[in-house]
Design a protein around this ligand. Sequence first.
Ligand SMILES: C[S@@+](CC[C@H](N)C(=O)[O-])C[C@H]1O[C@@H](n2cnc3c(N)ncnc32)[C@H](O)[C@@H]1O
Length: 286
Amino acid sequence: MGPTVAETLQQAVTRLGQGLDKSSPRLDAEVLLAHVQNWTRTELHCRITDPLPKSRYREFLRLLDERAQGVPIAYLVGYKEFFSRRFWVKPGVLVPRPETELLVEQALTELRKTPGPTRILDLCCGSGCIAITLCLETLGTTAVATDVSPDALAQSRENVCFFAVEERVEVVESDLFSALSKEAFDLIVSNPPYIGTEYGPRPDANVAGHEPALALYSGADGTEYLREIVERAPAHLIEGGSLVVECACFQAERVEAWMADRGFNQTCLWHDLSGLPRGVSGRWEG
Ligand SMILES: C[S@@+](CC[C@H](N)C(=O)[O-])C[C@H]1O[C@@H](n2cnc3c(N)ncnc32)[C@H](O)[C@@H]1O
């Protein structure tokens, strides 16, 4: 047998403390070890004196090494929790972010204003977490989810099957709106790439090193996709339909102004827990 759980965790915390991402060494170590042992973290805490089988210990050291080099935990364990559900995610696909749960909440607020089953479009769907969550959180909603990345499209389809929403979420390869018919939706929702290649906030070095550039960057100041979505969304919205987009805090007021100029009504920003604006919504009255 190998070292005990307690010894292994102590060793891992030291190793991760010298790694590239030192933000949460104890939590990371526990999540990885629980994953290798196929235990919950509570079981890990209850079995702290158990020795580890040597093969599991070796597997843990391999994952620990990758984590120390900044590989996101989600890629190592294969999933990320989003809106209290586990979405499968592999390298090549953006790891769903907690702030995107705010986008989902905003979209749900919009959906609840619409009587009857609704039809939504999720542009730039990545793992599919937004479209799938919106369908699972509401009755009868159906969705089209689009992306251009083959990895993202495959991941979305895997998650659609996993959550058994094949009848409700259609995953379509499309460069923004280009492959879509003239169908008009009740709601268009999007978390597009919004990082600038030349200015604006830089992504964390670990994010830039491990997550796909296609999911991150959008022109010099990060707003190319946002502008195009605001411009083209009305052609795909019913009268009274809504557009809900995530963006960086410093972009939100500009996006809101573009929406108002484009003819959207009732535009509003929503904020994260630190009070920063993280997205914009607006209603299209035709
Ligand atoms: C910020 S990620 C969001 C992923 C997912 N919606 C989420 O919130 O986790 C942006 C996504 O846009 C996709 N993308 C990039 N360019 C695109 C384009 N021209 N048309 C459609 N999707 C695009 C990327 O492949 C990536 O999956």
